[in-house]
Design a protein around this ligand. Structure first.
Ligand SMILES: [Zn+2]
Length: 338
């Protein structure tokens, strides 16, 4: 098969690889229907996160099951399936508590920008659709694998509730789908913090009621102005930098919640800055597996159209252009089709 390898800074290649095969009897092999480039793929692509050796890339996937190991029971060849970037057994205490991305047997699935993929713990990790979906639903179904599930977790962790105010820091694909998630959860006022016209428009399409282009202290002041000096009930932090985290904490009201899902890079929080504002913080790698059945239903029933975050579609063999376009912010998110 052919797959994507990151060799070093801004050096992505699509090349011949060994076909994945069943290693454990709980594995499945899937033929990828669609994959994509994640904002988090840009950290190693830009050389900010070092890689020790040439590294296979991609952790968002959906496809058709080709083969399963001898102990796989619920997942069958021929099914269309979606899984998370962490394989999980979906039975251990952490999984049962809804934290499948902390599963006692978790394994990272990091080789999805390829023609075929091995998925460990197939019964726990994969969710099959009732029948093969129509082509037009595939982009939206693919988002449930990570980018939508992560935006959803940001909203859950930020304790978004009906009638409340949610602020979203970050206008990448996760932030935009955080807006969609907050809308689904009934937030009355949803403020997208964005300074890019195309992203502002998509945020409004997904349910944002207000746009704030200012950042940092100016952005915080705008949010305070808009909420009679109170601050937001919920803030979704979808970037992962020091500035975005402090902006998120600053926007929350006393007793408010910040859900943070941006992979932290150099974030350091001073104890007093956390102590005095009375802000709840919760975040981490999203337990996407917990949300998959519900999110897949919302897509199949036409309630949401998260696939609109893909503003670039490329054949999988042009994956390098997908990285370039996202790195240069020419594209919000690149969809890859084998
Ligand atoms: Zn588990």
């Amino acid at each position: 098969m052919r797959g994507t390898i990151l060799y070093g800074e801004r050096d992505v290649r699509f090349e011949a690889r060994d076909d994945p095969r069943i290693v454990q009897p709980t594995d499945a092999i899937i033929k990828i229907s669609a994959a994509c480039v994640c904002g988090s793929d840009l950290w190693p692509y830009r050389g900010i996160q070092e890689i020790a050796e040439p590294t296979p890339m991609g952790h968002e996937y959906c496809g058709i099951v080709e083969e399963v190991g001898g102990e796989v029971q619920s997942i069958k060849p021929g099914q269309f399936v979606i899984g998370s970037f962490f394989a999980s057994d979906n039975t251990c205490p952490h999984c049962q508590a809804g934290y499948q991305s902390s599963c006692q047997h978790k394994e990272f699935v990091g080789d999805a920008q390829a023609e075929y993929l091995r998925v460990p713990l197939a019964d726990g990790t994969l969710v099959a659709t009732p029948e093969a979906p129509s082509e037009d639903l595939i982009p939206s179904l693919l988002t449930t694998s990570d980018v939508l599930g992560t935006g959803w977790f940001a909203a859950v962790a930020a304790n978004v509730k009906p009638g409340k105010t949610a602020v979203v820091v970050g206008d990448g694909a996760v932030g935009l789908l955080g807006v969609l998630s907050a809308k689904q959860m009934g937030a009355e006022r949803i403020v997208a913090m964005s300074r890019h016209a195309s992203r502002q428009k998509l945020a409004r399409d997904f349910g944002a009621t207000d746009i704030v282009p200012e950042r940092g202290d100016e952005g915080i002041a705008r949010i305070k102005d808009m909420t009679d000096g109170i601050g937001a009930d919920s803030v979704l932090e979808c970037v992962g930098t020091q500035e975005s985290m402090m902006q998120a904490i600053g926007c929350a009201r006393p007793g408010g919640s910040v859900g943070y899902v941006g992979m932290p890079h150099g974030v350091e929080i001073n104890g007093e800055e956390l102590f005095f504002p009375h802000v709840r913080l919760h975040g981490g790698p999203a337990p996407v597996r917990d949300y998959l059945p519900n999110l897949i239903d919302l897509v199949l029933n036409g309630k949401i159209n998260p696939g609109k975050v893909f503003d670039l579609t490329l054949p999988l063999d042009q994956v390098a252009e997908g990285y370039r376009a996202m790195d240069e912010r020419r594209a919000i998110k690149a969809l890859l089709r084998p």
